[in-house]
Design a binder for this molecule. Structure first.
Ligand code: GDP
Ligand code: MG
Length: 755
């Protein structure tokens, strides 16, 4: 099969094109560095199927970043039949820099001018024929997003791939004599792509020198003779200048810019950026946006009408109508969109459960069968499914922020802040991805070159609460509101997200000053231009997320709930137990064993006979975080005889609260523990694969200890306010000790260096 590679600058639309050609659903985001791994798919509309490889975005073929190394190695080592070089036409000159390098490879090349839809809007014109003559390759205008001209692009690429192409230097260089000579040496050694290697060697490229030391001698000799007063002999920047000059001098020939439009556009987005990336307002705006997102997703009294004493119970819309009852509001004012969708989902699953239950009962089935199916399996499963609408909505909002280009601005603002803590803004990208799921987020840390920064980032990614942790947050905070009659569920949820982020910052400061010390790498990122988010790509995103979630629900979570049911209905001597005897079950036995461990966190031995349910919830969460609420739902019917829940988890948690008398600090500590501790199985496995050597065990330990301490502080301060001062004193002491030790270490190092 033929292999076509998609190569281009970051954010020029490679993944969008890849998805469009292969029908994949790879992550597309409006910022550089989303794709960190090459990805393969199949394009089927040609005579024969061809494989398409989406490469990470690169600015050049010099091995400066992990992305550049991956892309360069792929192009040089694997058999690529044609390179499709994608250019962002709204940034044409800069994008062409890479093209001048790709042209030097002996690989068929086709240039795709992407985002041509934006160009027509601007009124700029590119003379495709002139450009094609200049580059000496075929050039096709496309729009990856709208799917324009893609067939033509692929046909051209296919046609070119059947030809033999020799690398060509597009510009005139003042050291072409050296390059020619080196090329001859490479050809003699039978090395492929001699021109490319010759140019890289004359640039004194590290990898090149390492591989061909004999040829490098020639460069050293040449330099001696080429000595010149106003030239320091840095051929890499000499060639870079020559490349840029070539592009600049020729731009007029093929690029007819409509000046005025461009200027207006520039200043407008500059003006917006001035506010959005302002030191102070930037953060404030981000916080406000986050608040509104959470409000839209979780608030019951969405417009605060109920809180203001308006409407009140009058808004209890169709309370008794099945399925739609209570969707718009249920006596607490008007629901937000997220709550409406969730209520619809819960009503539906409730209805299914009730039909199944009455069906089973009328069949005169045994009561354990009904309990197993309705309370055990369906209860657990539906508790998880009921959160799908809110998870998807939250995910949609984040995707919109990403797609418009706003998230890249946030990374920019946070870089200034993060730098003080010992991370670069680059580390913030994977963290934002963590709001969706830790697994891709952890993989995305590959863009971080420094091992210590990378380890620190991977460790705090789970603190950015992922979709699966959402049920814990909303169910427990919802139950706090209904049981104790205080606060707002959406505010508590929002607060927990903030707690996660603050914990991440604190943990990073701690690590970067102790075990993970090291310089903060530079962070250079161009701000991507603002885009109108595209419905199509948003929907692909959502669909992908939904599929992932459903798959998980019907595999891991389903199996877990069945195991939990079995463990809670059998004793250690394998005797079947009725609901009332659950305290003799295997599950209770194991839970009770661990219960004392969590006493300092507020949900251990002090909760009495039923206290073990919280321990069990936390432990099942290690497999998948959805299990926490699924477990509660399966157990609720056993705790309260005759209890029939609505599968939103809130009523179920309420049962737990009533049975155990747990107080609010204990509940908050429970959420915090689940949010900060060892993440789910999939995330742990990914972390193991991605962490530098020897860092895995300490990472697990870090998660355990950190979550334990934070939860304990929450519980103790919440229960005995004066403990706050003890903790403050301890923190101050620790900070001082760390500072002192670091000072000593630095002094020692300096002394060693000067010796
Ligand atoms: P990559 O980093 O090169 O993989 O770029 P992505 O595929 O992630 O796309 C970056 C951004 O450009 C996303 O916001 C896309 O929606 C947007 N984009 C990609 N192709 C087009 C296009 O043809 N037209 C427009 N208007 N936007 C595009
Ligand atoms: Mg990409």
């Amino acid at each position: 099969m033929k292999h076509f590679a998609l190569a281009g600058n970051p954010n020029c639309g490679k993944t969008t094109l890849f998805n469009n050609l292969t029908g994949s659903t790879a992550h597309v985001g409006n910022w550089p560095g989303v794709t960190v791994e090459k990805r393969e798919g199949i394009y089927k509309k040609l005579k024969e199927p061809v494989s398409i490889v989406d490469l990470p975005g690169i600015y050049s073929l010099s091995p400066y970043s992990p992305e550049e190394i991956i892309s360069r190695n792929y192009l040089l080592q694997d058999k690529v039949d044609c390179i499709i070089n994608i250019l962002d036409v709204t940034n044409l000159e800069r994008n062409l820099y890479l093209t001048t390098q790709l042209a030097e490879l002996d690989i068929p090349l086709v240039v795709a001018l992407n985002m041509s839809d934006l160009l027509t809007k601007n009124g700029d014109i590119i003379d495709v024929i002139k450009l094609s003559e200049l580059l000496n390759v075929k050039v096709i205008s496309i729009s990856a997003l709208k799917g324009t001209n893609l067939d033509e692009l692929m046909q051209t690429a296919y046609h070119e791939s059947n030809k033999i192409r020799k690398g060509k230097m597009l510009f005139n260089s003042s050291i072409s004599e050296l390059i020619d000579e080196l090329k001859g040496l490479y050809s003699k050694k039978n090395i492929e792509n001699p021109l490319f290697h010759a140019i890289k060697m004359s640039e004194e490229d590290e990898i090149e020198i390492r591989n061909n030391e004999d040829i490098y001698e020639r460069v050293v000799n040449f330099k001696k003779n080429f000595a010149n007063d106003n030239f320091e002999g840095d051929y890499a920047s000499l060639l870079a200048d020559e490349r840029y000059r070539f592009i600049e001098q020729n731009a007029k020939k093929f690029f007819h810019r409509k000046q005025t439009n461009e200027k207006i556009k520039m200043t407008r987005s500059d003006k917006i950026d001035k506010i959005l990336t302002n030191r102070f307002f930037g953060l404030l705006i981000f916080a406000v946006i986050l608040f509104f997102i959470f409000h839209f997703t979780f608030a019951e009294d969405f417009l605060y009408l109920h809180a203001m004493g308006l409407f009140g119970d009058g808004l209890n819309v169709w309370p008794d109508v099945p399925i739609v009852g209570g969707v718009i509001g249920s006596g607490n004012g008007i629901n937000s969109l997220g709550v409406m969708l969730q209520t619809l989902m819960i009503n539906t699953t409730d209805w299914i459960t009730s039909v199944v239950r009455s069906g089973l009962e009328s069949l005169d089935g045994q009561s354990w069968v009904t309990g197993f199916i309705c309370d055990g399996v369906l209860g657990g499963l539906f508790a998880v499914l009921s959160f799908v609408p809110q998870i998807l909505l939250l995910f949609l909002f984040f995707s919109i922020l990403e797609d418009t280009g706003y998230m890249a601005r946030v990374a920019f603002i946070l870089d200034r802040l993060f730098r003080k803590f010992g991370l670069s803004g680059r580390a913030f990208m994977p963290m934002i991805m963590g709001f969706g799921c830790s697994v891709p987020a952890i993989i995305n840390t590959r863009t971080l070159a420094d091992d210590n920064e990378r380890t620190a980032t991977i460790r705090v990614i789970p603190f950015f609460s992922c979709g699966a942790k959402l049920p814990i947050l909303t169910a427990v905070s919802g139950a706090i509101v209904t049981t104790f009659g205080i606060g707002n569920a959406d505010l508590i949820t929002f607060g927990m997200y903030i707690l996660g982020m603050v914990s991440a910052i604190v943990a990073v400061i701690l690590m970067r000053n102790t075990t993970m010390r090291g310089p903060v790498p530079m962070f250079i990122m161009e701000l991507p231009s603002y885009h109108v988010p595209q419905i199509k790509s948003l929907m692909i995103h959502l669909w992908d997320k939904l599929k992932h979630f459903m798959k998980k629900a019907f595999t891991i979570i389903l199996v877990s709930t069945i195991i939990i049911w079995a463990m809670s209905h059998f004793s250690f001597s394998w005797q079947y137990l009725s609901d009332e005897e659950i305290n003799n079950s295997i599950l209770a036995g194991i839970g009770m064993l661990f219960q004392p461990l969590f006493t300092p966190l507020g949900w251990g031995s002090q909760l009495g006979a039923w206290g073990w349910v919280f321990c069990v919830g936390a432990v099942t969460g290690l497999i998948a975080k959805e299990n926490v609420i699924a477990t509660f739902s399966s157990l609720a019917a056993c705790i309260t005889a005759g209890f029939v829940g609505t599968e939103e988890g809130i009523l179920e948690v309420e049962q737990m609260i009533l049975a155990t008398n747990i107080a609010i600090p204990g509940l908050i500590s429970f959420i915090a523990f689940n949010m900060l501790t060892i993440p789910c199985f999939a995330a742990v496995a990914t972390a193991k694969a991605e962490l530098p050597k020897n860092k895995f065990k300490t990472t697990i330990l870090f998660w355990l200890v950190f979550s334990y301490i934070v939860s304990m502080m929450i519980y103790l301060i919440g229960s005995y306010w004066w403990t706050l001062f003890i903790f403050l004193a301890l923190i101050a002491l620790m900070a001082f000790a760390i500072h002192y030790i670091n000072m000593r270490l630095d002094k020692k190092r300096l002394a060693n260096e000067s010796n």
